[in-house]
Design a protein around this ligand. Structure first.
Ligand code: UD1
Length: 385
């Protein structure tokens, strides 16, 4: 029997999982399925950050787990590279497929390209033009060395061609994260079910659709400087006086809050209510629980990239706690408003949403649940036999 070289599909961190959950079955189905191997770098390793996602999204167990864990950017990137190289040598893949903009994305691309293995980048061409973000560096470099680039919005191709990428390598296919959102949304629990499951001892926190705000925070620019973090948490206390907040806390943020001794602003440890009684902390949630909370929130406050897109797809107002976004279509067409870290600005925009004057928004072009199929078609044409 002829030996077909596989496509190595790489995941590392939480936002990669929902993207790969759509891509893997599309590559492996249809009249000409491709052999694939799933490689997990181990960048995210906690049960809450990894295993529950694999289960809920029905992602198969990785064929290889590089188990790199946490570290500085240099350490993490270098470890992934060192441990990925022998996998390439062993598997002799046809191509390496990476998604998004995390350290695992860049590290594996770099190993592949130097071994003359074509790199496929899904979610190419997004730019915040803010080089202080580690993800921006990962995006620019990964795109520069990719062979096949799949984009979620039309503007991305303009960025890529301006940077010298050959236009015929770029394919506008839509958003694989929204493929997964559409598939899983019917299974998402209600907000009442999520709270009953996560914090059964707290029964009087608002949970009806439209009665709470959902908050996520994890960007280094928001959580690493104790002064910035304290100001943001003060603003969140003001927000919570207008609308109660449900706050699933990323491990990085939990660590920073503890290190800066700011737990008192949220009422102590996890799963406690804050001093105003209106901020409910939760541990990091699984994908379906997060989707359930997001779909029924009055407003979402976040510094995540993916959540800006998910709220746009769901039609839920989103305030992005950053100075910029690499996903401008969520602002131009969706429900997203970039508000930065300034308390007055955040509260002003919040008030207009609560007064019913938020943006209506529409779902961007090709965010229709079929992006992975389009990607698979192009890859099969190029690498299929
Ligand atoms: C990473 C991505 C970011 C993405 C985010 C989603 C990079 C540069 N950043 O950031 O783009 O939005 O994932 O979550 O790749 N930790 C745990 N358990 C885990 C993973 C992390 O406790 O399973 C803690 C550790 O203290 C670790 C810290 O979180 O040092 C940061 O983890 P890391 O993977 O370096 O980056 P994220 O902040 O999660």
């Amino acid at each position: 029997m002829a030996h077909y070289s596989p496509i190595l599909c790489v995941v590392g961190a939480r936002p990669n999982f929902m993207k790969m959950a759509a891509i893997l079955p599309a590559l492996q189905s249809g009249p000409s399925p491709l052999p694939v191997r799933l490689i997990h770098t181990g960048q995210h390793y906690d049960e809450a950050m990894k295993a529950s996602f694999f289960r809920q999204l029905q992602i198969p167990e990785p064929d290889v787990d590089l188990e790199v864990g946490s570290g500085s950017h240099a350490q993490q990137t270098a470890q992934i590279m060192q441990r990925f190289e022998p996998v390439i040598d062993r598997e002799k893949p046809e191509a390496v497929l990476v998604v998004g903009d995390v350290n695992s994305t860049l590290a594996c691309s770099l190993v592949a390209v130097k071994k003359r293995i074509p790199v496929i980048h899904v979610e190419a061409g997004l730019r915040s033009f803010d080089r202080s973000m580690p993800e921006e560096i990962n995006r620019i470099l990964t795109d520069r060395i990719s062979d096949l680039l799949f984009t979620t919005e039309r503007q991305a191709k303009i960025h890529l061609t301006q940077e010298g990428v050959v236009p015929k390598r770029v394919h506008f296919v839509g958003n694989v994260m929204i493929d997964t959102l559409r598939r899983i949304l019917p299974q998402a629990p209600s907000s009442a079910e999520v709270l009953a499951r996560e914090v059964p001892h707290i029964t009087d926190f608002p949970r009806e659709p439209g009665s709470y705000a959902l908050l996520t925070l994890h960007r280094p620019s928001n959580v690493d400087d104790p002064g910035v973090l304290e100001k943001l948490l003060m603003t969140m206390r003001d927000v919570s006086r207008r609308v109660p907040i449900i706050f699933p806390v990323h491990p990085r943020t939990a660590l920073r809050i503890e290190q800066a001794d700011l737990g008192f602003m949220l009422g102590g440890g996890l799963q406690r209510r804050g001093p105003t009684g209106r901020i409910l902390q939760l541990p990091p949630l699984g994908y379906v629980e997060m989707l359930g909370l997001m779909a029924h929130a009055r407003v979402v406050l976040t510094d995540s990239g993916g959540i800006q897109e998910e709220t746009t797809a769901l039609g839920v107002p989103c305030l992005t706690l950053r100075e910029n976004t690499e996903r401008p279509i969520t602002v131009a067409e969706g429900t997203n408003t970039v508000v930065g870290q300034d308390g007055d600005r955040i509260l002003g925009e919040l008030d207009s949403i609560l007064a019913g004057k938020g943006k209506a928004g529409r779902v961007p072009e090709l965010w229709d649940g079929q992006a992975a199929q389009r990607i698979a078609r192009v890859i099969k044409q190029r690498f299929g036999r």
